[in-house]
Design a protein around this ligand. Sequence first.
Ligand SMILES: [Zn+2]
Length: 429
Amino acid sequence: MDSTLYINVRVIDGSGETPFNGEVLVEGEHISTVSKSGEALNTAGAKVIDGGGATLMPGLLDAHSHLSFTNTMDPVETALIPPEDHTLMCVKNARIILDHGFTSCFGAAATKPRLDVVIRDAIASGDIDGPRLLACSRQLGPTGGFNDERLPHLGDATPAMSVCCDGPEEFQRATREACRDGVDVIKIVPSASSMRWARLPLDEDTVMTEQEISTVCDVAHQRNRRVAAHARSAEAIQRCVRQGVDMIYHATLADEETLDALEEAKDRVFVGPAIGLPVTRLKAGEDRDAGPHAVSTARLRAEIEAVGACARELIKRGVRVVPGGDYGFECNPHGANARELEYFVNLFGCTPMQAIVAATSLAGDVMGQPGKLGRIKSGQFADLLLVDGDPLADISILQDRNNFLAIMKGGVFHKHPASRIQSFEQAAE
Ligand SMILES: [Zn+2]
């Protein structure tokens, strides 16, 4: 079994506890031993990495990933990309995300039925580089919902990245089809109006019935899959909580009653504010009042304000709020995912340590492998980042891939330690 020993590293172990100087031994794909007290670990046969005082921390989690978004401003355009080309783009995006320290991604909608599935499987089999991935379905929603990209003169022949379903039976069928296709996560869009036609998105709209949501949850959970929902209105969020949705995105307009419902469900639900996209759209000065995707800067500001206030309150109440902010847009490209941690600090009132804990320690539960991901601890998968610098002093250093001296996933280096790290093979006696 291959083994790697990290020595002379400052360990941020993902638990939120004070960092310590120590040694970490990796055997096979797991962390086998963590030494805190200065006691030296047995190095026989191990490749020794002298970190020179660098930070060793768990690989990062992105809980809202769209690997099939292609860094355009309008993901609906991906409907026109032939599957062959699109698959290769996803291969590239997967590698870029891992290059930037993200070792776990929870899919939040693919734009073709099996894109996430084939990428997940190719990564898992070691054929391509990428993060651990939970594969998502296309987004499902009703006629006139955010998912409804159809042009009236083309109807169902309109190239679209989403699926339209009306009534429990159609949602049941679409969910079963997605399960057949091999996804881990079903994405639904219970709120917001059509992105193609709404000049001013009325995100307050609730568009799926409670029965439609419950049907999707029933089918998905029967098949041991998870349900993620784009839920902005208070009513949509509450319906999702009642019906057992596992991952709630945005939660923009949660009122007091909705916050209470989320708090009550905090042991079984995650909330992903996904604030990255509105923040960067605003930064990019994008004011599309004239276009068909009109989003005024005032509206973006209001969205950021509302999502920030909601996230701050949820974190205070102990709800598991996770990073992941719709990376894969022109203003918010794949690889920039660690911006989200900075937003946790600047917009959600977290300390850098709290941001790191949100992006690491919850990975096992989010990815459906509790106790196996997100911590530097014996028995966990060795998904590790060796960071040049102290992310607790400046959380933004995690945004620059050059600061990663090494990236390891499952005990295998994706990025080998840089030459300035003294690394040597120590032969077994
Ligand atoms: Zn999204």
